[in-house]
Design a binder for this molecule. Structure first.
Ligand code: URA
Ligand code: SF4
Length: 220
């Protein structure tokens, strides 16, 4: 099973969003409230990819609207990026969690490599419609989904990398589109949740902002 069976060929972003609402490409849809797809315009010059929706996102149906999202919004602002020019999505579109013993609380569980691979057709379909100048991976799960399992955020964070656009080219794109994408960049940084968990929050936040400033500097 994978999301590939649910991605409608030739769909626009709205069509993808609608279809993703009914995805059963892996088991994660069973316990989550709803699919959380993406936010932002297809024309965005900056694309940010997170891990998976959290508890708040699962209830609201929108990515990055909980505590990590609020922190990310502040970092985007401080880095001088235009929030209206960003598109935000996740490597995995359903919330994976374990119930806390006895209570109603749901504890975030990291999606494994198989779940990320099963959800990846949505990410590939999104990039088929997007035309970013820079793609930002937030944390290890997103970075591995975008750049492969050997990628280490700890080694490469904050470095401008070439965006491997060809890995995301759907067959229907012609050579002109490929050429237009060739100049794009990619960058990995830590996940905003890692800043929230950090013992030393302010320097961790400033590190995230510094990485996003590198991304802002790459915009033409
Ligand atoms: N963390 C993520 O990676 N994505 C969200 O949408 C929210 C929190
Ligand atoms: Fe489909 Fe992804 Fe949800 Fe799994 S996590 S059911 S592949 S949208």
């Amino acid at each position: 099973m994978s999301a590939a069976d649910f991605v409608p060929p030739g769909a626009d972003l709205e069509g993808l969003r609608r279809a993703a609402g009914g995805c059963k490409g892996c088991h994660l849809y069973e316990d989550a409230t709803q699919t959380v797809f993406s936010k932002g315009p297809a024309t965005a010059r900056v694309v940010l990819v997170g891990e998976q929706p959290g508890d708040v996102e699962d209830r609201r149906g929108e990515p990055f609207v909980g505590p990590a999202g609020k922190l990310l919004d502040r970092a985007i602002e401080e880095a001088g990026l235009d929030p209206k020019d960003t598109y935000t999505t996740n490597a995995v579109k359903h919330f994976k969690f374990t119930p806390a013993a006895g209570g109603k609380r749901r504890i975030h569980a990291t999606p494994d490599a198989r779940e990320v691979a099963e959800c990846r057709p949505w990410l590939v379909a999104e990039f088929g419609l997007l035309d970013p100048e820079i793609v930002v991976a937030l944390g290890a799960t997103a970075a591995k989904a975008l750049f492969g399992p050997a990628f280490r955020v700890t080694k490469s964070r904050g470095m401008l990398l070439p965006w491997p656009a060809s890995a995301y080219e759907p067959a229907q794109f012609d050579r002109e589109d490929e050429a237009a994408r060739a100049g794009a960049y990619a960058l990995a940084t830590l996940h905003p949740s890692a800043v929230l968990r950090s013992d030393d929050r302010e320097p961790a936040f400033q590190g995230l902002v510094a990485d996003l400033r590198v991304a802002a500097g790459a915009l033409g």
